[in-house]
Design a protein around this ligand. Sequence first.
Ligand SMILES: [Fe+2]
Length: 242
Amino acid sequence: MRGFVDLHSHWVASIDDGVRTIDEGIALLSLLHQAGFSHVVATPHMRPGMFENDKASLEAAYQKTVAQLHTHVGPLPTHSLASEHFFDDVVFERLLQHQGLPYRSHVLIEFPPTQFPQRVAARFVDLKRKGLGVVLAHPERYQPVWENDQCLDDLLDVGAHLLLDLCALVGKYGKAPQKAAEKLLAEDAYEAACSDAHRPADVDDVVRSIERLQKLVGVDEAKRLLITGPTAILDGLSQSNP
Ligand SMILES: [Fe+2]
């Protein structure tokens, strides 16, 4: 199977905890292409206090990496830029002011690992009023979800889409995220699946995870999560209205 769309990866060089050099970024893209991805969105972190990136600095870093892709011999996936927005007050305000980096009409958001932000469903509605749907990164990696995944219901009710980090399926983050991912898959809760790759070496796990995904949900559902679901989000066609 090919034609996958990766909504979440860190192949822009030296801007966050992703690849450290442009060559490493190119190697990561090349390996993702070999793994079946036709389009890979760069989603570097925007996280005040940890990765002090804003829209302009991320766009500049992306252009710097992209300018060197021609040095690679061999096929690479097509690509675009978005960001993994850490959902604090600063980033929320930026999103309201259209200073984030959406795919098109959806923004990729991550939460702190141990608790959801206050009044988060209402804030997602605020974003919706600004024309922005939400894609929630790796819900299976959040502690409240391990305890009871009903904590996601309010977010789903206001139209948020859940994005599976594939590597949870092979235990990369431990047993609790793996179990949560399998349960959310069984509940048909995900809209798409991604690599969240940070290094070329991560792609081995991504390949194993895609095989495991197909075993767990079958080929058609794997295609929905790897191709049609993420394509609709990328193109702004996915409905995230409640
Ligand atoms: Fe990430």
